[in-house]
Design a protein around this ligand. Structure first.
Ligand code: 5AD
Ligand code: SF4
Length: 473
């Protein structure tokens, strides 16, 4: 799902008796990158790298990048320039993620400060890459002029990284777990099939082991990740194929796991058993992110979305039949090549009709190598901007309306962290809305103890993006 956040991975402890070197990891883009960034930190901590939340003075800077829109690439290049100045003099700068995958070694020509380029499928090899650069630098200092001091690895070794990564130890009450990666859908605007590769599903027992470990370390909510997560079809130990719905059933049996979610899905893979899971699996939260992208059938076809607007709305109706309380959300692109004012009006119409609780919307960004980038009738930037603002107004409105329906109600909140004030906590509702609430407890220690609990909170006020409330004792 496209939560577009830039973050620094949380702090972890360096291995004892090794001189701590400092690392900074910046993850751009989607939640899968957030998950990958955490795993990179866990991989490098035993090598003596201590994580810090800024590039200042860092010996290793990793940019875990996103290639989905041009803006994300631009930000990465300007960050490289910035971090090069603030990091330690001899810092190793590494670029991973989807831009690393897409540009490969070419990236180093554009940004000579970069020593390592890798992709989403090779980050488990980071220790090797770092060692190669360090060895090369030492050899150069000793007079070997041609010693290699750069590494680029954009291989696609299927599932290898999951076997090579250490078990994680820094999961929170709500934590991501990648179960599927890659995409075979080839929407004509999207780089994901090229950067993340073909669809692959992790084996069931690997996922269950990781989930068990997470539960033992305090995770209460699992957010299953995949570019096409509802296309999941992993094998169990007997070689039987398991659907997402079946996997959710198995995960629901793990002690300590109270909530399950998954992102992001494709309408084509919204199967009967998944709809039944929303009705029958009590741990599966009533929230479903199902991007539609556009409301005009002409544009949906040009996007290669494999469904019409009517078919999409019929899927929503059916999902709501199984789970009347479900909160739906989606993604939109405006200004796709050939989009007329009439097409855009149809996008506004489907945004109304879908009754999303929230949705992400983007101006179309032509991506090199994708079919849509070469389509005629590209829409001028100023029109894209105007259309985006119009759509966002519609979506903000429906989000606020949805949030208002909770005023005065009592809901269950999974507490994830401390709030802004000493007696405030922050968490999420079953419908995935952020909730800030007061506890009436003035001791930080007592409040902190509630992190990870699922508490009843009375909602006193609904904002555009979050809810405010108070703890019911
Ligand atoms: N331009 C704009 N938005 C895009 N997305 C994917 N590719 C592009 C692009 N080229 C959006 C889609 C997708 C989300 C993750 O990003 O809405 O669902
Ligand atoms: Fe991109 Fe379409 Fe695949 Fe989603 S389904 S990752 S938008 S190609």
């Amino acid at each position: 799902m496209p939560v577009r956040i830039e973050h620094a991975v949380e702090n972890t402890t360096p291995a004892a008796n090794q001189a701590a070197k400092r690392m900074f990891i910046k993850s751009y883009g989607c939640q899968m990158n957030v998950y990958d960034g955490l795993r990179m930190a866990e991989l490098l901590t035993p090598l003596g790298y201590e994580l810090q939340d800024a590039a200042d003075g860092a010996d290793l800077v990793i940019l875990n990048t996103c290639h989905i829109r041009e803006k994300a690439d631009d930000k990465m290049f300007s960050d490289i320039g910035r971090f090069r100045k603030t990091a330690a003099d001899n810092a190793i700068i590494a670029v991973g993620g989807c831009t690393g995958q897409a540009l490969g070694a070419k990236l180093m020509q554009q940004a000579p400060a970069v020593s390592i380029v890798f992709g989403p499928q090779t980050y488990h090899r980071l220790p090797e890459f770092i060692e190669k650069v360090e060895t090369g630098r030492t050899q150069r200092a000793a007079g070997h002029k041609n010693a290699p001091i750069r590494v680029s690895d954009t291989d696609f070794p299927e599932l290898e990284k999951f076997d090579k990564l250490p078990q994680a130890n820094s999961y929170g009450p709500s934590a991501f777990l990648t179960i599927q990666e890659g995409c075979d859908k080839f929407c004509t605007y999207c780089v994901v099939p090229y950067t993340r590769g073909a669809e692959i599903s992790r084996p069931v027992n690997h996922i269950l082991e990781e989930a068990q470990e997470m539960a033992e370390n305090g995770t209460r909510e699992l957010v299953l990740l995949g570019q096409n997560v509802n296309a999941y079809h992993g094998e169990d130990v007997d070689g039987n194929e398991v659907t997402l719905a079946k996997l959710l059933d198995k995960l629901a049996e793990i002690e300590g796991i109270a909530r399950l979610r998954f992102v992001t899905s494709h309408p084509q893979n919204t199967t009967q058993d998944l709809m039944e899971a929303f009705r029958d699996n009590p741990k599966l939260m009533p929230f479903f992110h199902l991007p539609v992208q556009a409301g005009s059938n002409k544009i949906l076809q040009a996007m290669n979305r494999s469904h019409t607007a009517e078919e999409y709305l019929a899927i929503l109706d059916k999902v709501r039949e199984y789970c009347p309380d479900i909160a739906m959300s989606g993604d939109f692109i405006v200004g796709f090549p050939g989009e007329t004012e009439e097409d855009y009006q149809q996008t506004l119409a489907i945004a109304h009709a879908s009754k999303y609780v929230y949705a992400y919307s983007f101006a179309y960004s032509p991506r090199p190598g994708t079919p849509a980038a070469d389509m005629p009738n590209q829409v001028p930037e100023d029109i894209k901007k105007e259309r985006l603002a119009g759509l966002q107004a519609v979506l903000d409105n429906s989000q606020e309306e949805f949030n208002k329906t909770f005023e005065g109600k009592t809901i269950e909140v999974l507490v994830e962290e401390m709030g802004g004030k000493i007696d405030q906590l922050r968490g999420r509702s079953p419908h995935n809305v952020a909730v800030n609430f007061t506890t009436g407890l003035t001791s930080e220690k007592l409040n902190r103890r509630l992190i990870g609990d699922i508490l009843k909170v009375k909602i006193t006020e609904a904002g555009a993006k979050s809810l405010m409330g108070e703890l019911i004792s």
